[in-house]
Design a protein around this ligand. Structure first.
Ligand SMILES: CC(C)(COP(=O)(O)OP(=O)(O)OC[C@H]1O[C@@H](n2cnc3c(N)ncnc32)[C@H](O)[C@@H]1OP(=O)(O)O)[C@@H](O)C(=O)NCCC(=O)NCCS
Length: 444
């Protein structure tokens, strides 16, 4: 079979890039870029520069750039779905993978490619149906991904022997493309099975990846526009966040894309990471319920925020491990909402929280970043369009996150990144080094 344009372009990019990585590793491997302190050892390796990715970069004050472009620049540059305002997710994936903005023809090629790979194997449906119906939809998504591992091209090629290190990106790419193509129909299947009387909607061959997802969910336009924007916004946030890092870590053992991404999803399911979007909605609903569904005053809201903090909980959707300002992914969703749902009471409440919460969190004095992240906004828009089963929201995050992390692990194999293995120390050692004012032999 002839190599697709995307795959040929990726090969060209990997081959051009590989000597840079090899040279850095061989000739400059000893150049020191960071020191590590005890706080970072205990505190989740925060801020230690020890991962490499060229797909996105998160600046603490500017926010995310995908392949060097800000969020508004990315949306402006990519080919749009005809008659719509949002870009093709397929074109965005081309951009993530190659660093080049695709033409409409190149984008359409990925649209057709994903369509040809999108059929869900019957055994995936069997597995999903065998699970208790009240399983969390993230558990179902992760299980569905893991089940498909039997079809991994990488595992098969590796098992046959003779797969060279420089060729490993190829089956990783094939697995990633197969997995990406199947994720929207699988997610929509989980949604309809759990919440819509198990009545399913067949894909529409005329629709793109994002449009088809909205169609299979059974939600009318402009939900398709939201889906495209949402998946792009949630795709990548450099490599250190839990879902991206887990996917990369597992793939570093030469586990295939199914094993790796399923593991990443399990990390995304945590309340401090992707589950926060579900928790935000729960929190907002709780506030409104306590006030008989009326929008609170600022004073009432301030009290709810303090009650949450004083009960030892975090304010979901606020704070970030790297960002030190309002998340531009929050801003993008806010702009969208101003246009599409300006009078929605929950949207107004989101805006009011934005006015009150940073002050409360600053006074509380713990978090390094009192500003909202991506999760503070996303649930409210889903709710507006009638997707009100909020335990499903992290699945949407997971489908979007696949774009970034699968592009990353394909490049990991292209550049031959090593198996990950940081070194641990004991508490005794830390106490000794604390007493000594540092570890003897550590570089200054
Ligand atoms: C995202 C998050 C996990 C980052 O954690 P982090 O890097 O450790 O953040 P910080 O360095 O600012 O944390 C310092 C302290 O502030 C607290 N803090 C951080 N965000 C907070 C929030 N939104 N509400 C209350 N307290 C918060 C932390 O729990 C920590 O307290 P501790 O010292 O008692 O353990 C954290 O901000 C959080 O829990 N936010 C709410 C959940 C959320 O929105 N997650 C989605 C992220 S995209």
């Amino acid at each position: 079979m002839a190599m697709s344009n995307l795959k040929a372009k990726l090969l060209e990019k990997i081959e051009a890039h590989r000597p840079r990585t090899t040279k850095l590793n061989k000739e400059f491997g000893n150049v020191v870029i960071d020191k590590v302190n005890i706080g970072q050892c205990i505190g989740g390796a925060r801020d230690i520069r020890s991962l490499v990715t060229d797909i996105s970069y998160l600046d603490p004050f500017e926010g995310i750039r995908f392949r060097g472009k800000t969020i508004p620049e990315t949306f402006a540059a990519l080919p749009k779905v005809p008659g719509k305002e949002q870009p093709f997710v397929e074109g965005f994936f081309w951009f993530l993978l190659t660093g080049e903005v695709p033409t409409m023809a190149q984008t359409q090629e990925v649209v057709a490619d994903w369509k040809s790979r999108s059929a869900i194997p019957a055994y995936v449906i069997d597995v999903l149906r065998a699970m208790p119906r009240d399983s969390h939809p993230m558990t179902m998504l992760s299980a569905a991904v893991l089940t498909m591992q039997r079809d991994s091209v990488f595992a098969k090629k590796y098992g046959e022997g003779g797969l060279k290190k420089n060729d490993m990106w190829d089956p990783m790419y094939e697995d990633s493309m197969n997995l990406l193509a199947k994720l929207p129909p699988i997610a929509a299947y989980i949604y309809r099975m759990k919440y819509k009387s198990d009545i399913h909607i067949a894909p529409d061959a005329n629709l793109d990846w994002g449009g088809n997802f909205a169609h299979m969910m059974g939600v009318a336009p402009p939900y398709d526009e939201l889906a495209r924007m949402y998946f792009i916004l949630h795709s990548d946030h450099e490599s250190g966040n839990v879902s991206a890092h887990t996917t990369h870590l597992v793939a570093s053992a030469l586990s295939d894309a199914y094993y790796s991404f399923s593991a990443g999803l399990n990390g995304l399911a945590g309340p401090l990471h992707g589950l926060a979007n579900q928790e935000v909605l729960g929190w907002i609903q709780n506030v409104m319920k306590k006030l008989n569904n009326k929008v609170p005053t600022k004073e009432e809201l301030e009290k709810f925020l303090w009650d949450t903090l004083n009960s030892g909980q975090v304010i979901p959707g606020y704070g970030h491990a790297v960002l030190r300002k309002t998340d531009p992914r929050y801003v993008a969703q806010n702009e969208y909402s101003k246009k599409h749902l300006p009078n929605d009471p929950m949207f107004q409440l989101v805006n009011m929280i934005y006015e009150v919460a940073p002050g409360v969190l600053t006074k509380h004095g713990k978090t390094k970043n009192p500003w909202p992240n991506v999760d503070a906004h996303s649930g409210v828009i889903q709710w507006y369009y009638g997707v009100r089963e909020w335990d499903f929201y992290t699945v949407l995050f997971g489908v979007g996150r696949a774009l970034g992390v699968l592009a990353n692990i394909t490049w990991d194999r292209g550049l031959g990144y090593a198996i990950e293995r940081p070194k641990s120390v004991t508490t005794d050692m830390l106490e000794q080094w604390a007493k000594d004012g540092g570890r003897k032999g550590a570089e200054d």
